[in-house]
Every structure is written in structure tokens, then in C-alpha cells.
Design a binder for this molecule. Structure first.
Ligand code: PRX
Length: 647
């Protein structure tokens, strides 16, 4: 995608918001000036969206940079802000969650119901011995109990670490171990494409080697038989459903850890990104309100992400619920039981705001416009995109076919580390260009710099950096402050280095060009090349492996692996299948390479560094770039000949 995107900043189409949208918009262009005139004052004002148990004394303490403290001295309960206060404000009967299971009847959970459920879960976790500061791992499918579990942790001050349910036992184990989780919350299994799939066995396998785990709390979802450890395992329906449904929400310091979320970095070891309470919730709440132009009384909002990713944290749980929104949560896949499933859901629940990833849009494009055309999508009034660059063709399709040409599109750039949106149009203000995230949100400093850290001007390209601390910024990497400094703050100490390439067009709009490091983006999910390489070399048949992200029409990037086999091992389709399976087992199905190519050698520089650029050329069927810095320039011929013969 990068190559096409690089040519893009010449896009000439642009779409101003319609006068009708502008007339009802939550904010006007004045918000940019207001924020620029007094940035900290602006954030202080946004923090007033929340209910504080104790006011802060200082908006930002940056004296220990790059370790920030926001809303110093303030105290609040994140859970109270997301649930109870709406009930206290007379909105208990408003639907908080409309749960659409993969099959069967939808279930509506009001804010009053949610308050009871979260209270029960908080009481049960306390009974299980969880105290403020203890970590709780959550490994669950997209069901309401997952949201309840997260809020219950927040309520008692126990940081949660949600691990995507598609990750393997091994990936779960390393995350539980790193966070030293005391309790794991999971389900017996999950529904996937019409059948039930087990989930608990992966937890059993993972916790076998994790002495910190004292209890495993299990929601019965599929009813399938599961192995049971009487000492350790407890059923949700035994301990949560029977617990008292009132619970006094405690308040915590604004900087109390709210969650850890693991994401891929450039090494094999995932980073535990740490987020805290007051600043995180302020920005999640503010951006959810302004970027989506939320009208909580009338909108039905649907974010299609999984709670295992940061989008699920900020824009399913904390942003929407702090704003008292009504939202759809869908358990299943877009093609179950048919390819019109999403549009059926939009029609059925009259979804007005839809937030999804470009990969999904490109998949729907492939399936054809005649599928969404069979449904009434007239309830939609705003569309959002996240997770990867959106190509103009997909943007236009999204606008025309899904949005009927009337809905503004907000292309939101942000990261696990930023906690909330950073670069995005404001739908009632910004004239949008298809494929551009446009400009930094009010209160956010984003700049594109060259190799020397010098800001570039209109038309220039380079690295995206963030020039000012922001409330929902990560507070560090769990247990590894040095890695936090090295990864984000060492290249240019005054800037946060995001790892993305970007370009300004002549009008100063920002175009994201994809990662500049060894992190791949597959269907909007971050996977490091090193992680996949480590998984491959852990297989006894593999001597060496190099992995690249190759442009993929649907998923943005696809994983292509080059492997050198150990002596005496025969290449063949079965081995390739086995290696794919092995990677699936080590990391999870999303990390399975699209293609594994067995090669005799890898292209290396004289200092031994693998030249991925050349492998990317091979993976994308392009003519090779410069090979002169290779230790042995003939290697590429060998690789290409071998592939030509073998494929
Ligand atoms: O490369 C950028 C891409 O996704 C990365 C962050 O991934 P993750 O931490 O998993 O969070 C994804 C959901 C926020 C970024 O470094 N990315 C995210 N949003 C966009 C994007 N690239 C282009 N345009 C976007 N809107």
C-alpha cells in the first residue's frame, strides 16, 4: 500500500461537510484556536467532561519527561464515570450495549443493568482476592461479560491486561507472565462461523507455567465440556451472578494504572503499554464525542473492533461508555451466516455511526456493492476508519456505497501507545481528502520531520512525531522504563517517535505512509517481523528466517517469510503448511505467513544485516532495488532462480 500511497498526496478531490451536518455539529473550527491559545487550559476544560472525586492541582507535570503526570492530585473512578453517573443522572434505562450474538436473539443491556453487572463482578473479584494494583488478564470473545470484566477491574483499581482471544496459549502465557497476573478471566469457548471453538484449553496450557495466577474465572458461553481444576477454576455464574449487585465505587489517583495492553515492537518481545486513569479517560471521552460528533440521546454507535485491541478499549469501552452512548457489540465475523451480516445489523439496530478498519472495507468491496445495496443503510450519518492507511479507492467506496454519499468520513490516526485519536478530521469542520487523516486534533502536536529531526514544509515527507505530551499518552512500558525511553524518545529527545512515515501535501494535510520500522500491519493488527522470525526458527526444520510485510490488496500488508532449512530437511508443501501452523501455534492465526518461501541464502550486508528491502521487492514481484551493498550481490540471483524453479 505504501507505494501507491506515496503517489497520493496529489489527490485533488475534497469533500467539505454538508451544511446540514455543520449546522448540528458538536464543535466549530474555533476549537483549534482555543486549544492553540492555551493548550493545557484546553485539556483542563475537556477533563471537566468527567466527574472527579477530587480536583487536580496541576494539569500536567512534565518535569520527569518523558514520564508524564496529568491532572496531578486529582482523583476519580473510571468505572463510575462510565456507568454509575449516567444512572445517577436519570439515564439508567438508556441502552448501553445492544449485544448482537453470532446467532440468536439480540440482548439490550441498559446503564442500570450494566451498573448491577459491574458491581457484581467487582464484588466477586474482591472475593477472589483481587486488590487495587493486582493485574487481571482477560482472554475473552466479544461478549458483554468482557466489557463487564474490564469495568469491574477498573472499579477496584486492578489494571487489566486484555489479550486478544485469537492469540495462542504461548502468546497468552508470555503476557500473563510479564504482567504477573493474579487472575485470568476467560470463557469455556466462543462461537466462530457457526460452530463453537474452545478457549479455556489455551488458558489451561498458559497458566500451567504461571505461578502468579491464583484463580481462573470462567464464563460459560458455549456450554462445551472443559477440563476443570477445582483449586483454581471458578465459574462466573457461581461467583459473579450470585454476588451482591451493589458496590460502592472507589476513587483512585488520576495516575493510577488502568490497563496494560501488549503490542508488537521491533523485537520479539511484545511491549506492555501502560495507560493510567484521568488523562486517558479525558482524551478517550473528548475524542469520542468530537470526532464522532456523538449525540448520545439519539445515536446508535458501532465500533467493529475486538476488545483485545486498543480500539476496543478506547472506542468500545471507555470512550463511548463515559459519554453515555448506546452501542452495538457484535460477537461474530462479517460473513456469518452471510456476507450481508454487518449491513443487516446496521439496518436492524439503526446504526448511525460506524467505526471500522480499511481491511474490512476492502473485503466488502471485493464481495461487491450489490450486497450492502440489499439493506437500508439510511440510519448511518457518520463513518470512521482506523488502524491502517485507507487508500482513496476504499475511502470513496465507503463514502458512496456505505455512506450513500452523505456521511462524513473520519480517518483517525492513533496507536496503542497514544491511547486515543491524535490525527483526524473533525466531521463538521474539516474538508476531507480521500485517504488523508488531515491534521492533528485540537490540543495535539503532530509534526513531520526529516532525518535530522527538522520539520518539513508543505509537500515534504519524513517521520511522524508528536511534539507535545498529551493526556492519554502511554506512561511507559510495563516493567521496562528504559525500553520506553529508547523506543520512543531517543531518536529526537524532544519528540515522541511514532514509527510511521508521513507526508504533507501542498495544503498541509497529513498523509500516513505506513510503518518505517520492522512492524507489519496486517488487517490493522500490529505484528513484528522479529516475532514471526523467532516463531519460525523455533521450529526444528528452520535454520534462519527473514520476514517482510508485502503489500496486500485486502489486508494492507501480508506476511511473507523467507526461510533457510537445516541440512537434510526436504522442502515441500507439507513442510510449508507445518511451518504456517507452527507460527499459528506460537503467536496466533493472524500471524500465519501468507507465503513461506524456502531459499538457499538470505541477502545480507557486509555487517550481517538482512536487507529486507530486497526481500520485499521479491515478495511484491518487483524489479530489485540497489544490491551493491550486499556482501554477496549474486545471492539475489540465487534466490530468484530458486523461487522461479520452485513455484
Ligand atoms: O502505522 C499506524 C497504523 O497503526 C499503527 C498503530 O497500531 P496499533 O497500536 O495496533 O493501533 C491501531 C488502532 C489505533 C500506527 O503506527 N494506523 C493506525 N491508524 C491509522 C494508521 N495508519 C494510517 N492511517 C490511520 N488512520
Amino acid at each position: 500500500m505504501t507505494d501507491t500511497l506515496e503517489n497520493l498526496a496529489t489527490e485533488s478531490r475534497s469533500f467539505p461537510p454538508s451544511p446540514e451536518f455543520v449546522a448540528q455539529s458538536n464543535v466549530t473550527a474555533a476549537i483549534y484556536d482555543e486549544a492553540a491559545a492555551d493548550r493545557l487550559g484546553f485539556w483542563a476544560e475537556q477533563a471537566q467532561r468527567l466527574d472527579w472525586a477530587q480536583p487536580w492541582t496541576e494539569v500536567l507535570d512534565w518535569s520527569d519527561a518523558p514520564f508524564a503526570k496529568w491532572f496531578v492530585g486529582g482523583r476519580l473512578s473510571v468505572a463510575y464515570n462510565c456507568v454509575d453517573r449516567h444512572v445517577d443522572n436519570g439515564l439508567g434505562s438508556r441502552a448501553a450495549i445492544i449485544f448482537e450474538p453470532e446467532s440468536g436473539e439480540a440482548e439490550t443491556i441498559t446503564y442500570a443493568d450494566l451498573q448491577k453487572r459491574v458491581s457484581q463482578a467487582a464484588n466477586a473479584l474482591t472475593e477472589l482476592g483481587v486488590e487495587a494494583g493486582d493485574r487481571v488478564a482477560i482472554y475473552m470473545p466479544m461478549i458483554p461479560q468482557a466489557v463487564v470484566a474490564m469495568l469491574a477491574c477498573a472499579r477496584i483499581g486492578a489494571p487489566h491486561s486484555v489479550v486478544f482471544g485469537g492469540f495462542s496459549a504461548e502468546a497468552l502465557r508470555s503476557r500473563i507472565e510479564d504482567a504477573e497476573a493474579k487472575v485470568v478471566i476467560t470463557t469455556d469457548g466462543q462461537f466462530r462461523r457457526g460452530s463453537s471453538m474452545p478457549l479455556k484449553p489455551a488458558v489451561d496450557e498458559a497458566v500451567e507455567h504461571c505461578p502468579t495466577v491464583q484463580k481462573v474465572l470462567v464464563v460459560r458461553r458455549t456450554g462445551d465440556d472443559v477440563a476443570w481444576n477445582d483449586e483454581r477454576d471458578v465459574w462466573w455464574h457461581d461467583v459473579v451472578a450470585t454476588a451482591p449487585d451493589t458496590h460502592e465505587a472507589q476513587d483512585f489517583d488520576a495516575e493510577h494504572p488502568l490497563f496494560i495492553l501488549y503490542t508488537s515492537g521491533t523485537t520479539g518481545k511484545p511491549k506492555g503499554i501502560l495507560h493510567t486513569s484521568g488523562g486517558y479517560l479525558t482524551q478517550a471521552s473528548y475524542t469520542h464525542n468530537t470526532v464522532f460528533d456523538l449525540k448520545p440521546e439519539t445515536d446508535v454507535y458501532w465500533c467493529t473492533a475486538d476488545i483485545g485491541w486498543v480500539t476496543g478499549h478506547s472506542y468500545i469501552v471507555y470512550g463511548p461508555l463515559s459519554n453515555g452512548a448506546t452501542q452495538v457489540i457484535y460477537e461474530g465475523t462479517p460473513d456469518t451466516p452471510h456476507k450481508g451480516r454487518w449491513w443487516e445489523i446496521v439496518q436492524k439496530h439503526k446504526v448511525s455511526i460506524l467505526y471500522t478498519a480499511p481491511t474490512a472495507i476492502r473485503t466488502f468491496m471485493k464481495w461487491g456493492a450489490d450486497i450492502p445495496a440489499q439493506y437500508d443503510l439510511s440510519s448511518l450519518r457518520l463513518l470512521g476508519s482506523v488502524g491502517e492507511p485507507i487508500n482513496p479507492e476504499a475511502w470513496m467506496w465507503y463514502r458512496d456505497v456505505i455512506g450513500g454519499g452523505r456521511c462524513p468520513i473520519v480517518d483517525t490516526w492513533w496507536q496503542t501507545e497514544t491511547g486515543a485519536m491524535m490525527i483526524s478530521p473533525l466531521p463538521g469542520v474539516t474538508e476531507c481528502k480521500p485517504g488523508s487523516a488531515m491534521r492533528a486534533l485540537p490540543g495535539i502536536g503532530a509534526v513531520i520531520v526529516d532525518d535530522h529531526g527538522e520539520p518539513v514544509g508543505p509537500g515534504g515527507g519524513g517521520y511522524l512525531v508528536l511534539s507535545e505530551p498529551w493526556p492519554s499518552m502511554l506512561r511507559g512500558i510495563w516493567g521496562d522504563p528504559q525500553r520506553y525511553k529508547d523506543t520512543y524518545w531517543s531518536r529526537w529527545p524532544q519528540y515522541y517517535f511514532a514509527g510511521d512515515g508521513a507526508k504533507y501535501d501542498e495544503d498541509g494535510a497529513i498523509w500516513l505512509l505506513g510503518r518505517v520500522d520492522d512492524v507489519m500491519n496486517v488487517s490493522g493488527h500490529r505484528i513484528s517481523t522479529t516475532e514471526v522470525e523467532s516463531a519460525l526458527v523455533s521450529h526444528p526444520a528452520v535454520a534462519e528466517a527473514a520476514v517482510v510485510g508485502a503489500t496486500d490488496e485486502t489486508t494492507g500488508q501480508g506476511i511473507v517469510a523467507f526461510v533457510i532449512l537445516r541440512g537434510g530437511i526436504e522442502d515441500g508443501p507439507e513442510l510449508v503448511q507445518e511451518l504456517r501452523k507452527h507460527v499459528g501455534h506460537e503467536i496466533g492465526p493472524i500471524a500465519k505467513p501468507r507465503q513461506i518461501l524456502v531459499v538457499p541464502e538470505l541477502p545480507k550486508t557486509r555487517s550481517g544485516k538482512i536487507m529486507r528491502r530486497l526481500l520485499r521487492d521479491v515478495a511484491e514481484n518487483r524489479s530489485l532495488g540497489d544490491v551493491t551493498t550486499l556482501a554477496d550481490p549474486t545471492i539475489m540471483n540465487l534466490i530468484q532462480q530458486g523461487l522461479g524453479a520452485g513455484n
